[in-house]
Ligand binder design. Sequence first.
Ligand code: ZN
Ligand code: ZN
Length: 378
Amino acid sequence: MKSRRLVIGEGIISGYISIFLGSLSLLAILCFRFPELLTSPEFREVYTAHSMKTLLTATIIASFFFALLSFLLSKKKQWALIGLVICTIAIVIGGFSVQGRAVEKTSWHLGLDWLLLDLLLMAVIFVPIELVFPKNKQQPKFHDEWRTDLVYFVVSHLFIQFFGVITQQPAKLFFGWIGLNGIHTWVQSLPFVIELLFAFFITDLFQYWAHRIFHSHHYLWRFHSIHHSTQNMDWLAGSRTHFVDIFVTRSMAFIPLYVFGFSEITFNTYIVFMAIHAVLIHANTRINFGFLKYIIATPQYHHWHHCEDPKYYGKNFATIFPFIDIMFGTYYLPGNEWPAGTGLHEAHYPKGYLKQMIYPFTKSPFDDDLNMEERTER
Ligand SMILES: [Zn+2]
Ligand SMILES: [Zn+2]
């Protein structure tokens, strides 16, 4: 679908918001109905049934409000109507009357609660930011591949249990036999801020090298280049990551977390920060964070990593701290300049999630030019 950029005040954005919130509500009701199957035990400890019920009620009401707004503003009424229909279904199937209940522990579950809450939070933060402070003004929200990016987001959240279990294995396998209790006690006795900064630094150091190897090793580059294939950088685009890439990079980041045994508050702060920050650095926003951009990775910083011009390949591998790139000579942040374009010209991927998952195992996306894999200086 080719589409132009949406404009505030035409009633289309409000229509989409209504449909989006209504759909989340429908799925949230399923979470209340089938919590054993659809919600994650770790995440259930973070929220209460009561707070989720309040959030659900508010989401349905907000969906109704945006449907009405769209109805008033838009000449085409279809978006408002779809939004209203979804809201009505949500109420009819018990949106206002669902109750939380005791949940039995099961060995297998999906992370639909995590998916819905994270999607809602990210949309609430980043949709307004990209609307009001866009970097690339021409880029429509609903560009050609937004559905594919959404599938990546959905899969990595829904199968959180699977990703969680497999990314912990290498750390346990290699370091599980060492007595680590002494280190854990020492790390957890550090002041919170020091412990947190240390967690950020050490995981970023591991991630830096995992990321750099993905760029420099030609077979691994097949997998990571999927992440670089997006030409439309936005908050959803960062999700486009092959599961081999997710597995290796997260396993590497988990090794120091496991070895040093950070306290629960540090660990949880780290997870929340990473969930938001990883989305932020891909966002289509010109917000540049003043002097902070020299301390922490910003959209400008990471957009240079995605630069389409081969002259700038192999820069800014760090996820959090730019000084790690300075340490290893890969830092690039020219004043307030941004890359002219992002993406990969030389790679040819099939479209769609499943095809992109299988493709790098069997074929190189650089087959048009057989030497390309070897030649690219990354
Ligand atoms: Zn990369
Ligand atoms: Zn990226």
